[in-house]
Design a protein around this ligand. Structure first.
Ligand SMILES: C=C(O[C@@H]1C=C(C(=O)O)C=C[C@H]1O)C(=O)O
Ligand SMILES: [Mg+2]
Length: 466
């Protein structure tokens, strides 16, 4: 057996050996390291942890997390409130029985994962690798926060010393530097799933809205693409990182599947008692010139259909937070959120919690917001179940992390795709209100496919259909 350099790991083993083994506890060891490119670290992890990796960055790009391996997996196929509470309860138990060593009290073990959009929707084979709710505590974790990098190891005390040793031995290879151009794969076919039926479903939903059943429903559609070779996750991530600033970029691997995306939309962020959320709904294309772009932006800001779409989201998010916060501040009018391919209306929401409400309870309150589900919530979910043909899986669900203190951040997993070796399913949806025009909504979803298509190298194919 190869042994580790003793002095380097003395501190680690001192902690490990000092633990009381009468019950299983989590031993989490964090150390500061010199900064490393997180994508490089993710890539270095492929030799030993392929299929068990995750990648996350926030929109400001000052917090990036990469997880490798699975020390613990939490999954649930519960379809009610329990799916949030069950995972949270288990995480709290782990935290209560943990021994964490870290030079920075904010950095330590994180639980990373996500939720399907609708746990009441039966899973189709497309999403078979993803439970309705699934979180992991990674074995090795890189956290980069405000230009400081940390490496965290997470083991339960029943892990053999030899296994721990083997993992620590990987460190040099995991931190290896390098410059890469990740090979991309060529698109071979491209299939829009049922566009005609999809437009008809918009008409159907509009009839129900006019009849007063509800105010808004978000309808999504799917695009299936095939490639000549297996899709390279690193390559897709590197393009998303470059082309989609102001977006969360995430990837969650499950064996040979990977759910990946670049979403501008925050669902919720909790830092102690401060809660942030965001209303993002209402969309228009970017202009080709500055003047055209500004015109389009002005049109969006004064368009009654888009303002209505947006307002349902503002009402719902601010009311949901008002119930648990002593103070909620909402932007007084929508602003523009400009991305490479599209611009949206957005309103920020910030609140201060009055009670001890966890981030999972906040997710349960908020998800799905009318930006992804509709308004009111239950009837729009039932409508989606009835009229939408695709299995959304994790598309439009909450994805993110929670730490030991119970702080965390979740994005809404839109502008995303499920990669399955040589195939990828892309998803995009839009808010249907009484004045929606099926043709323009169809166009809107075409634009929303672009960020992922571009990262997959398929944008030329898409645009040649225009
Ligand atoms: C549903 C999606 O996007 C949502 C719908 C929007 C809209 O209809 O205007 C805008 C932003 C998102 O909240 C998606 O990108 O798939
Ligand atoms: Mg819209």
């Amino acid at each position: 057996m190869v042994t580790l350099q003793k002095s380097k790991w003395k501190h680690f083993w001192n902690g490990w050996d000092s633990l009381n083994r009468s019950k299983e506890v989590l031993y989490s060891y964090t150390k500061k390291i010199s900064e490393i490119n997180p994508l490089q670290f993710f890539h270095n992890g492929s030799a030993n942890f392929k299929g068990q990796r995750f990648f996350w960055t926030n929109r400001a790009r000052n917090e990036m997390i990469v997880g490798l391996g699975i020390t613990l997996q939490f999954s649930s196929n519960e379809n009610g409130k329990e799916r949030y509470l069950e995972i949270e309860k288990r995480w709290k138990q782990i935290v209560a029985n943990s021994f964490c060593h870290s030079p920075n009290s904010h950095i330590g073990p994180y639980m990373f994962g996500g939720f399907s959009f609708d746990p009441k929707r039966e899973r189709t084979p497309l999403w078979e690798k993803f439970a309705h709710t699934e979180f992991v505590l990674p074995t090795v974790m890189l956290t980069i926060k405000d230009d400081e990098a940390f490496l965290t190891y997470n083991f339960f005390t029943d892990t053999s010393k030899e296994k721990v040793n083997q993992t620590l031995l990987l460190e040099e290879a995991l931190l290896k530097d390098g410059t890469h151009s990740y090979g991309s794969s060529e698109l071979s076919s491209f299939l829009e799933m049922d566009p005609i039926e999809w437009k008809q479903s918009i008409e159907e939903v509009k009839r129900r809205i006019v009849a007063g059943h509800m105010d808004k429903v978000v309808l999504a559609r799917e695009l299936r693409t095939k490639f000549l070779d297996s899709i390279n996750v690193e390559s897709v991530l590197s393009i998303l990182l470059e082309e989609q600033p102001s977006c969360y970029v995430f990837a969650f691997e499950r064996e040979d599947n990977c759910f990946i995306g670049a979403s501008p939309e925050q669902l919720v962020q909790k830092e102690s008692e401060i809660v942030k959320s965001m209303c993002l709904a209402g969309s228009i294309a970017r202009g080709k010139t500055i003047a055209e772009d500004e015109n389009l932006g002005d049109t969006l800001l004064s368009d009654s259909k888009n303002l209505q779409e947006h307002d349902f989201v503002v009402q719902m998010i601010s009311n949901s937070l008002k119930a648990v916060c002593q103070q909620v501040t909402t932007g007084d009018r929508p602003k523009l959120y400009k991305l490479k391919h599209i611009q949206h209306l957005f309103t920020s929401v910030i609140g201060e919690l009055k009670d001890d409400v966890s981030i999972f309870q906040l997710i349960e309150r908020l998800h799905p917001t009318p930006a992804l589900g509709g308004y009111p919530k239950e009837i729009s979910l039932e409508t989606i179940r009835e009229v939408e043909v695709l299995d959304r899986g994790w598309y439009a669900g909450p994805i993110g992390w929670m730490n030991l203190k119970g702080d965390g951040e979740f994005a809404v997993a839109i502008r995303s795709a499920l990669l399955q070796e040589k195939e990828a399913s892309l998803f995009a949806g839009c808010g249907i209100v009484e004045n929606s025009d099926p043709e323009s909504e169809y166009e809107e979803t075409r634009i929303k496919f672009k960020p992922m298509l571009s990262a997959l190298g398929g944008i030329r194919h898409h645009d040649s259909n225009e």
